[in-house]
Design a protein around this ligand. Structure first.
Ligand SMILES: NC(=O)c1ccc[n+]([C@@H]2O[C@H](COP(=O)([O-])OP(=O)(O)OC[C@H]3O[C@@H](n4cnc5c(N)ncnc54)[C@H](O)[C@@H]3O)[C@@H](O)[C@H]2O)c1
Length: 317
């Protein structure tokens, strides 16, 4: 049986229909797929229905779905039934390594030979949770950010035995349903975005615990400060602009010595190799755009975010 083209998937199975599974279900339905869902909790079918009733109008309001909620959803009694005809499987069970190992082995057994199986795990390593699978080459992690129907990022990560063609297929699949898939080069616990969140979280808790500020102060410091710039272009291009016309090379000259000056995390050494990686990577990302062009782009984004936030704040009052 041939695997369907990644942008032509028609039938998805969703396993585990809590917060993340229900949001994936809404997105797959909105993209015109038929969804078969399973979750062992006794009240799971009713909960999924209630979640969809909540999510769907929000998606319509945001322009992410059109019209009435489609009926192409079947909540079934076993994972085997859910997977019988599925071309793609998104697993979203409770975050527990032993549970996932057992469940993924069962899903692998039940899935069609051409089906791709993805796990939403937030930080478990794919090589470990695929240990019980007979066909680990068709398995990957596709880690979304809550809520997956809205936040674009999906971290894509293969295990030691994952077929590179399956990773390429998954990249196309998630892009085709409107996500921003990001392929990770190595298996590291927590992947990329949660490691970054964790680093900031450490400092947030540290500052509040030491009485330096309140939780609200931290939120203002991020949401009204660097968070606006990060949302436009991430930290690397932001620092590239810090260096003015000299870009990242100038930033490292000026601020390189200050790396880790204030944080509680142990900073890495800014060796010549690390400097080269930072400078060449940022240059590649800038892709020929000048500092002036990037500044104009950043300011347009930040201006738009601030106007949208002001409107949403007025509406919420
Ligand atoms: N909540 C988040 O912000 C978030 C973000 C990204 C990824 N994730 C990941 O998504 C997965 C699900 O998280 P969640 O927040 O939706 O949790 P949740 O508790 O809301 O939902 C988990 C669901 O799994 C079901 N379940 C339990 N055992 C199962 C089994 N053996 N087989 C199938 N389903 C089973 C539960 O009944 C429940 O409905 C986890 O791996 C988590 O790390 C969560």
């Amino acid at each position: 049986m041939a695997r369907p083209a990644a942008d032509k998937v028609k039938r998805a199975a969703v396993i585990g229909t809590g917060t993340i599974g229900s949001a994936w279900t809404a997105l797959f339905l909105a993209r015109g797929m038929t969804v078969t869902a399973w979750d062992p909790a006794p009240d799971a079918a009713a909960k999924l229905d209630a979640q969809l009733a909540k999510i769907w109008p929000k998606m319509v309001a945001l322009g992410l779905a059109k019209g009435r909620r489609p009926q192409r959803l079947a909540f079934v009694a076993t994972p085997e039934e859910a997977l019988a005809d599925a071309q793609f499987v998104q697993e979203n069970a409770t975050e527990n390594e032993a549970l996932k190992i057992k469940l993924l082995a069962r899903l692998d057994k039940a899935a069609r030979p051409d089906a791709v199986i993805a796990s939403s795990t937030s930080g478990l390593l794919p090589s470990r949770i695929a240990r019980g699978m007979k066909n680990p080459e068709r398995f990957l992690v596709a880690h979304p950010f809550n809520p997956p129907y809205l936040i674009p990022l999906v971290e894509i990560l293969g295990g030691r035995k994952t077929d590179q063609r399956v990773l390429a297929w998954a990249m196309t699949f998630y892009a085709a349903i409107g996500k921003r898939p990001l392929l990770l080069r190595k298996e590291v616990p927590g992947f990329l975005a949660n490691r970054l969140q964790d680093a900031i979280w450490v400092e947030c808790v540290n500052l509040v615990a030491r009485g330096v500020c309140s939780p609200e102060d931290i939120d203002v410091a991020i949401a009204e400060g660097p968070g606006l710039r990060w949302a436009a272009m991430g930290p690397f291009l932001t620092w590239h602009l810090t260096g003015g016309e000299g870009g990242m090379t100038a930033t490292l000259k000026q601020f390189g010595m200050a790396l880790g000056k204030w944080t509680t995390l142990k900073p890495p050494k800014l060796t010549p190799r690390v400097r080269r990686l930072l400078i060449s990577g940022t240059k590649a990302e800038a892709a020929g755009r000048s500092v002036r062009e990037l500044e104009a782009y950043r300011d347009a984004c930040v201006g738009a975010f601030m106007a949208t936030k002001a409107r949403a704040t007025r509406k919420a009052r």
